[in-house]
Design a protein around this ligand. Sequence first.
Ligand code: AMP
Length: 510
Amino acid sequence: MTGNVFDIVASRFPANADAPFIELESGRRYSYRDLRDISGRYARLLADLGVVKGDRVAVQVEKSAEAVFLYLACLRAGAAYLPLNTAYTRAEVGYFLTDAAPRVFVCTPSSAGTLADTAADAGVGTLLTLDSHGEGTLPDRAAGLDPAFDTVACGPDDLAAILYTSGTTGRSKGAMMSHRNLSSNAATLHRLWGFRPDDVLLHVLPIFHTHGLFVATNCVLMNGGSMLFLPKFDPDAVFRLLPRATVMMGVPTFYTRLLSDQRLTRAVTAHMRLFISGSAPLLADTHREFQARTGQAILERYGMTETGMLTSNPLEGDRIPGTVGFPLPDVSVRVADEKTGRPVADGEVGVLEVKGPNVFSGYWRMAEKTAQEFRADGFFITGDIGRIDARGYVHIIGRAKDLVISGGFNVYPKEVETVIDAIDGVVESAVIGVPHRDFGEAVVAVVLRRPDADGVDEAAVIRACKEQLANFKVPKAVVFADELPRNAMGKVQKNLLRDANKDLFDKRAA
Ligand code: AMP
């Protein structure tokens, strides 16, 4: 599959240009004709503003149909689309603009006042605006332009997008995604997940991240199908729309929130063909409870910004709770010793390394960092610790950087979390390493318990761990919390937990 991603998906658009592409909650619809015309006008405007192949277009806007058309316009103009999380502050945006040096920056009208100087300081040529209703200077200036735009020819290795990693440690890095990266992954997922012409995707994810943009939106584009497009995950709207949808993609927190709602029943999900989860681990309990309530087995898959999707539980066959399934057909996944890079024995734990047409070419202007994260034979070191079981299912144990080294022994947080989560009355837990005078780092468990779980105290958690785990893995302290800090993609932010508890042992000693 070669060429501009836009041409590849456009070859699969429905013959009837009036067929729906996006439907908003208000009932407003955008057809495939709208997709072509609006993205064509936006591409024309970008070209008129001097955007040429390889230029970056940075975008920090709320979710809207027009934001999707802007993404497509960038592809058509041969530019690299650079979406930014709407939560980023002015200082963070300043870093991204300076680092990526985009020719155009599109932001919300309400932030244009504060970001104008930041953009100018970073040398951005043009600042445009777009709001959540699809209004702003971008659509205004594009309004009178010719919608016919000849999509710029691109080779498979040409840059299609730059996605900055969420980077909880060090500087955020811009992962360079090529046209091949995006189109190969979208084509594989579209086939593997059995998309049908009449599938309707319920889109509730943000579109500044791989999951909502390259997985959800690109699958719909590959399908020439339609999506019900919500600004965010809102249970009321989800329950209203589920009977009209066939596929939903979500992060695990969406599923736990649906489960905590009485409206989640077999009947309300009867029209659904597929629930998909990713971006963070789905608790096996959540998977089982969801299946018991609805009869639907959530399909869990695994991927990351730099690589797109890597593994998936099967469409046909066993979707095993707590696993992320098999490597995708065109992706090689191996497990290696983190330090030596040598393959570990079958079934053993190590760092996951991957190779395939979906794997990015490197970090923007960080050649050295890029070189450190690839092996000599081209495998990318994901930084995720995992293992592959006898049936070929991949299990994720956690991030290498979350590994706790206590008294010289390696502790994988997931192993301890699994024991704690199984305690009656525990909702979930996060195990972290906290500085400790004797051990270097000590294992600490942050635990959420049910309000009625009277018996679950520090001693009970430690007792349960002692029964099942070697002593060095047993938490030295247990902290109870009302919730775990999560980012927009539902990932537990262990760095925040580590910061909040860094003086824990000094305080306890005092
Ligand atoms: P991001 O680049 O923000 O998409 O984050 C990618 C990381 O999320 C991966 O490297 C994993 O650590 C984690 N991740 C994604 N999907 C899963 C999953 N299904 N189970 C466990 N971790 C996941």
